[in-house]
Design a protein around this ligand. Structure first.
Ligand SMILES: NC(=O)c1ccc[n+]([C@@H]2O[C@H](COP(=O)([O-])OP(=O)(O)OC[C@H]3O[C@@H](n4cnc5c(N)ncnc54)[C@H](O)[C@@H]3O)[C@@H](O)[C@H]2O)c1
Length: 372
């Protein structure tokens, strides 16, 4: 049995803790929970008196433990991950990995030295339509990718949501807005599917909300092979869109609200172009469709997609398979997020790999500006 402790038993952490305590992840057991809020610990103990409680995560090393799940606000992810990785205790961190690329590099160095496993909660990668897209692209069925477009405007958040306060939607509390909180999932999926951009140009805005962070983003990406990408996100659009298009020389993937359509061309665009003697061109194609539905989705809706990440992490710790995502991969979406902020606030095109120090200076300015 892999013995887990969950650190931070708020909204997300209590789902992890309850799932583990209910024995939903095969081969895993919950031995402890930790939170700085004593009331939350007391409430948890009522339903799970057999689970130890801690007010300080550092004290968890006093018990026999294989892994921790970190579900605190973002700024604490890095220091807690490093504390346990340094002690060879495995870490499954909630997203984002941390807030800045420079801290991500420090954590990744620490993970590189550790004998323990480091994973990150990128649960969207378990969605069957994204998994199929990954297979299609890795199998070379799209050929060279030419265009990517992701529109994520379905993260509607009202002023009431922001007015609940706490750490959310602030530079000091979470290090950004819709990008770092919600879109980190999509930006991870995007880089997982098509790789990292080499440059970013972006605009961030705050539309119709009284918050200091962004709820509206438009970014353009350039990739090494000459492909271009457009990323649009917002949290103020009614009837928002969740759409991904990836167009290659040999085919095209469209994912619309978790319904995938894959069009495979009989001939590549290069072949079509060479073969035609008129102004237009086309080729035959096959069409594959896949939906994220059925029992798979019902289970995710009941227990949270995140349970699949915990199960895979438990298997990996038991010598079976690999985590859904290694923690060190957290730097990729984070680089894109930090890069979008740099591009917006410094009004320039930003190159990846990112200059971590430059971003740290900007982040400090944004945090100070918010305090005034
Ligand atoms: N994977 C997903 O889809 C998903 C969904 C929601 C939230 N999250 C992530 O989960 C994390 C927590 O989000 P939430 O919505 O549960 O927040 P929350 O505010 O409801 O819970 C955070 C908890 O952490 C506790 N905490 C703060 N500092 C602590 C510390 N030093 N030690 C121990 N406990 C501490 C707080 O008291 C609180 O109970 C965030 O990183 C968030 O991005 C991920």
């Amino acid at each position: 049995m892999i013995r887990y402790a969950v650190i931070g038993i708020g909204r997300m952490g209590s789902i992890h803790a309850n799932n583990l305590h209910a024995g939903l992840a095969n081969g895993a057991t919950l031995v402890a929970v930790c939170d700085i809020d004593e009331q939350k610990l007391n409430n948890f103990s009522i339903s799970a008196p057999d689970v130890l409680t801690f007010g300080n995560y550092k004290d968890l090393v006093s018990i026999e433990l294989d892994a921790v799940i970190i579900a605190t606000p973002h700024y604490q992810h890095g220091e807690i991950a490093r504390y346990f990785l340094d002690r060879n205790i495995s870490v499954l961190s909630e997203k984002p990995q941390c807030v800045s690329v420079s801290e991500s590099r420090l954590i990744n160095e620490c993970a590189g030295r550790s004998k323990a496993l480091y994973g990150i909660m990128y649960n969207q990668r378990t969605n069957p339509v994204y998994k199929r897209a990954k297979e299609i692209i890795s199998g070379g069925l799209l050929g060279s990718i030419r265009r990517v477009e992701m529109v994520v405007t379905h993260w509607y958040r009202s002023q009431f949501y922001y007015d609940q306060g706490g750490w959310r939607a602030s530079w000091n509390g979470e290090g950004g807005g819709i990008l770092i909180n919600q879109c980190v999932h999509q930006l991870d999926v995007l880089q997982w599917l098509v790789g990292m951009p080499k440059t970013i140009r972006a605009t961030c805005k705050t539309v119709n909300r009284n918050v200091s962070v962004e709820n509206d983003v438009t970014a353009t990406f350039e990739y090494d092979n000459g492909a271009t990408g457009v990323f649009v996100a917002s949290g103020h659009e009614l009837y928002g869109t969740n759409r991904l298009e990836i167009a290659g020389e040999r085919g095209k993937i469209t994912i619309d609200d978790y319904n995938l359509t894959f069009i495979q061309y009989a001939n590549s665009e290069i072949e079509v172009n060479l073969g035609v003697t008129e102004g237009y061109g086309s080729t035959e194609c096959t069409v594959e469709k896949l939906s994220y539905g059925g029992e798979y989705r019902q289970r995710d809706e009941k227990y949270g997609q995140q349970l699949r990440v915990v199960e895979a992490f438990t298997d990996a710790l038991s010598g079976k398979g690999t985590p859904v995502a290694y923690g060190s991969e957290g730097i990729n979406a984070l680089s894109v997020i930090n890069g979008i902020y740099l591009s917006n606030y410094c009004d320039k095109k930003v190159a990846i790999p990112l200059d971590g120090e430059e971003y740290d200076i900007l982040l400090n300015q944004l945090k100070e500006g918010e305090q005034k």
